[in-house]
Design a protein around this ligand. Structure first.
Ligand code: ZN
Length: 189
């Protein structure tokens, strides 16, 4: 059964991390259970939107031959190459014109896991009076982890929707939870 969506307010931002085809089943860097997160995330998006909260959808958006790809010595297979089907948001994700799309890791020579890394997001959220950041999406142990920790680093109250996130390596989940607790991030089971 799906959790009821959170109570959102205008000082909240819902951060939907990297819900892209390449991170879902059938993609180049698929996370098991990725696709199944979409309906629950859509319910959160609808609740956030109705309450006047900001909805942000980050995406991994790499140039060809990005430094994170294996053939350039990086840790990952080729994934989320700009303008490919794999880099597109999952087609069932309920993004609308008011959703802030945020591309990251667009430089050839640098990777970026966090939605805050090189995007100007923290300053923008502060400018809008956002106090609380709610995070969901993919992958729990990589980009979601980095985003949650960065949100705390920037001083936002931070809540991870754990049932709406999945890990590349499920064995890493316990370590993620310890890191979130140490950083003062709240986790909704
Ligand atoms: Zn990437």
């Amino acid at each position: 059964m799906q959790d009821a969506p959170l109570d959102y307010g205008p000082a909240d931002a819902l951060l939907v991390v990297d819900m892209q085809n390449d991170f879902c089943e059938g993609g180049a860097l698929a996370v098991e259970g990725g696709k199944a997160l979409v309906p629950g995330i859509n319910a959160e998006i609808a609740a956030a939107r109705a309450a006047g909260a900001l909805v942000v959808a980050s995406r991994d958006w790499h140039p060809l031959d990005h430094v994170s790809f294996a053939h350039r010595g990086g840790p990952w297979p080729v994934h989320c190459v700009q303008d490919t089907e794999g880099a597109a948001y999952h087609p069932d994700l309920a993004l609308d014109a008011s959703t802030l799309r945020l591309s990251k890791a667009t430089a050839l020579d640098a990777d970026a896991y966090s939605a805050f890394d090189g995007t100007g997001l923290a300053g923008y959220l502060e400018e809008r009076g956002v106090a609380r950041v709610i995070v969901c999406g993919l992958a729990l142990d990589v980009c979601v982890r980095a985003t949650v920790l960065d949100a705390r680093k920037h001083g936002f109250t931070t809540l991870l929707l754990a049932s709406l996130s999945a890990a590349v390596d499920p064995a890493a989940e316990a370590d993620c939870r310890a890191a979130f607790a140490a950083a003062g991030a709240e986790v909704r089971p």
